[in-house]
Design a protein around this ligand. Sequence first.
Ligand SMILES: [Cu+2]
Length: 465
Amino acid sequence: MVSRRDFFTGAAAMVGAGLVSRVGAASLPEAPMMDKAATQPPLAPPNGRPYNPVVTLNGWSLPWRMNNGVKEFHLVAEPVVREIAPGMKANLWGYNGQSPGPTIEVVEGDRVRIFVTNKLPEHTSVHWHGQRLPNGMDGVTGLTQPFIPSGKTFVYEFVAKRPGTFMYHPHGDEMVQMAMGMMGFWVTHPKDPGFMKVDRDFVFLLNNFDIEPGSYTPKIATMLEFNLFGFNSRVFPGIDPMVVRQNDRVRIRIGNLTMTNHPIHLHGHEFQVTGTDGGWTNPASRWPEVTTDVAVGQMRAVEFDATDLGDWAFHCHKSHHTMNAMGHGVPTMIGVDHRGVVEKINKLVPDYMVMGERGMGDMVQMEMPIPDNTLPMMGGQGPFGSVEMGGMFTVLKVRKDQKRGDYADPGWYKHPAGTVAYEWKGATPAPARNRSPGGKLMEPTKKPANVELNVRNPSGHDSHH
Ligand SMILES: [Cu+2]
């Protein structure tokens, strides 16, 4: 990666040498690249109006060049290799070395000029999702601009009028380009850095991919049957924790460019939705929640005071979305006793294993061999064993002695003695049970015929995520 220091020194040198003309740019701004999927520290603004920078989960913010009061960014659309989690890489399309692209941070009222170089094998465009801008800067191929041909650079320029939470993505061959990971986050900070100030401001996009175990490239025609669900093109256990100091005011901003909605759930704290795609919510309109649904194309900002110490799960509440590729499309074997069969099969196939007759948790413990370049369907080693999660899952770590501005992982929470669920070792008499079959149900008018229906989806897949 081009370090920020090199970038700014270079930019300053260029300005000093008079290489940047007074009107517009005589040269392209440098395009910083990122080759890591780790969360980068917040990018403190070196010039321009002050603001409180965000932290992009498993991502970074794009440095800019200041040119006569205009913030100039350079995005390069290109094929990238993204580590989805340790043990799995994917061939995606993205911007400046990664997918998603870098977060762009500007301040309300900033004039912004974005150079977009297309290094993809096909044409593209960039739509600045949610922004108020001149129609011709809206990035819709064919409707508001010609497409950006492969190998060409286009310039977008507008004033970031409305503060809030935004996204960017192509608007031309969207089905392919978004399935390949082309998207990025955008934050327009308020002019007054004290407005709705928080101590930590995390941002990320929701993603879905369909990548066959053992392969590297997403299937682009998949409409609903995705097998990998992520935060910023990472899946658990590859998603970094959100580390905060106790009593920090925390904001988490989420953008959804997947094909379905995601009910995002936080443990141990209540939050309020303080921002949507349309701006900040009116304080009188807010109510407390522990789960908020983020629909397709929407952005949500949630806020809370991190009062309670611990390692708190933070995840999508659709259970298929906290599971990786191998867990989808397996038959239900619960309650099927194959012990006798297994012995017979084992004589023929020594490695044969019964899958999931007592649920699928056992399969995590077995650490079954899996194909190259895929991930266990669920896992992630916690202090008490496997977390049995995948996909859209991470941990909010609230610590008393985490220093202000320190995002380093403090390790696992050390629970005070007597505060962890424990095994009951006393007598276990039979519990009381309600034996009434129907309670106070009304009698059916006609008795149903005594027919048992066995419905099975012929594809073996669940098509309702
Ligand atoms: Cu989800």
